[in-house]
Structures are given as C-alpha cells and as structure tokens.
Design a protein around this ligand. Structure first.
Ligand code: ARG
Length: 295
C-alpha cells in the first residue's frame, strides 16, 4: 500500500480557494449587565415570569469582554443605569461612523431613557453627536457592510430614520424589511463578516443571513447583492447565532450555533463560541452587547 503525502486529488480539492483572512483591530463600546433582568416584554424572547440570574449574566458577559480584550480590541465601557435592564445591549445605543454618533430614539418607552444616556457618553468621549428625530435603535438595525449601510425596519426602527441616517452619514442606506417577530432587529437576522471591505477591497462584502426573516423584496435585494452569502439554518438563527461580531477573521458567535460555526470555518474564518444564554432571555446575543466605535 502506498501512502500519498501532500498530494491533492482533483475531486477532493475545494471548489474555491479559502481566502486569507486578516483581523482588523476593533474599537467597541459595551455596558455591564449589572442591572440586567427581564421585567417587561418587548420582544418574543422576553418573559417576565421566567427568573433571570443577574450574576450569571455578568459572568457570561465578562467572558465576551475578556474575549475582545484577548483579541486586542479597544473596549470602552458605559456605566449601566439602574432601572434600565436592557442597557447591556449597547448595539442599540446609536450608530457611529467617521466619528459621527447618530443617536438612538427607542420605540418602547421602557428603553427611551437609554437614548440620551448613550448620547451623553458619545459627547463626553469626543464624538460628534447627532440627535435623531426619527425612531431608530442604532446598530441593532444599522449594519455597515462595505460602503453601504443595511438598515432594518418592520419592528423597531422607522424607515424614515434610514433617510435621516443617509443624510447624517452621507452613505448609501438600503432598507430591508423584517417580518418575523423573533428577529425584530436587523442584527438578529444578518451577520457582517468582513468589515474591511470598502477599505480598498473589491466586492460588496460578505454576510450571513436568515432569508425567512425578510419580506420578499428584501430577500431579492440580499440575493442580488450577496450571492455568496452564508445562509443560516433556522436552528442557528433561533439561538441568535447570527447576532455575532467579526473582525474579518475572528467571528465571535453563540457557542450553540454549530452549523454556522462549521460554515465559518469552511470559509477561512475563526469562529469563537461564547455562551450568553442568560442575555438570550432578554432577546439579545453577542452583537447586541457590542457597539462599534468608528472614529
Ligand atoms: N430586550 C432588548 C429589546 O428588546 C434586546 C435588544 C437586543 N439588541 C439587539 N441589538 N438586537 O430591545
């Protein structure tokens, strides 16, 4: 018997070559879940009758924080405010690009005080704060992919905020309509995988998404713009697997999103699983806890 070493037979060769991935240094804002609990219900994941364990939430969140630090990210913290249990979901605090911080204006009264709190932080930290007129929930519904901003509507952010965001940032904003109440924010239905695109790279950018979370017109837009996108399984999406954070190489995902993990690995990414099961009780995951600061 002959053992062949280092030879690849044509039929086992991958279809396309796995691209080389380079991590980008990230700067993010987070908020400790010190006051996290579920006392109201503004999305189908939340059930005030189910007990939450705040110290467990803090421990799980700490792992995410430590993961980012370990990857060399710059992690900023905003002080959590008692009585605002959802403040841990920092992604909703605004949308930051080119040092401009477009503030959030929350849909539900329970979260409305978070808008000014985050804007104050942005102002204190040298960002050019733009107060919103339109209802919007920040990076929960706005995702920068390459040079364009994908913007969600249907449950939270008003589509008028998409125009406002385009005017404030000077970027192209593409409206996508969400239709499944479980995926009420865009960042629960789309994962941005290569933030470097646009910085001199070709292509529209790589994403992963759950088609059934969108109406038909939005699905058509996604298919056309991102023909090579990863299509998430329903199973992975329902553990908020798409609610992940990528630096272009490392992708921090829900550890339970097994198929997504496999697909990422296949494409040359380095998926890192974390367990935020406690924060899932509020309807949020990795990305929800992470607001990108683009100076
Ligand atoms: N309980 C929060 C809400 O319903 C969860 C927010 C999750 N954040 C996100 N970016 N998807 O508003």
């Amino acid at each position: 018997m002959t053992l062949s070493v280092n030879t690849t037979s044509p039929d086992t060769e991958p279809r396309t070559e796995t691209p080389e991935r380079t991590p980008l240094k990230r700067s993010v804002l987070m908020c400790s879940p010190r006051h996290f609990t579920v006392v109201y219900r503004i999305n189908p994941w939340m059930n005030p009758a189910l007990p939450t364990d705040t110290s467990r939430a803090v421990r799980q969140w700490q792992v995410l924080y430590d993961t980012y630090i370990g990857l060399g990210y710059d992690v900023q913290l905003i002080d959590p405010i008692a009585g605002l249990p959802d403040m841990v979901y920092a992604a909703n605090g605004g949308f930051v690009i080119d040092n401009i911080a477009y503030g959030a204006k929350f849909t539900h009264p329970e979260r409305q005080p978070e808008g000014p709190a985050y804007m104050e932080w942005f102002g204190d930290n040298g960002f050019d704060v733009r107060e919103p007129e339109q209802v919007n929930e920040g990076e929960g519904d706005f995702l920068l992919v390459g040079d364009v901003i994908l913007a969600g509507t249907g449950f939270r952010s008003d589509s008028n905020s998409h125009q406002e965001l385009a005017a404030v940032t000077g970027r192209e904003v593409i409206t996508l309509r969400l239709v499944d109440p479980r995926f009420y924010h865009l960042d629960t239905a789309i994962a941005v995988l290569d933030p470097a695109v646009g910085a001199g790279q070709a292509g529209n950018g790589e994403i992963a998404y759950l088609p059934s979370a969108f109406d038909e017109a939005s699905r058509a837009i996604l298919e056309e713009r991102y023909p090579d996108a990863i299509i998430a399984t329903d199973e992975d999406a329902t553990v908020l697997g798409l609610n992940s954070y990528s630096d272009g190489y490392n992708v921090i995902i829900a550890s339970r999103a097994r198929d997504f993990e496999r697909q990422l690995r296949e494409r040359g990414f380095n998926p890192i699983g974390v367990d935020l099961s406690e924060l899932l009780l509020g309807g949020g995951g990795v990305k929800c806890c992470t607001l990108e600061l683009r100076r």
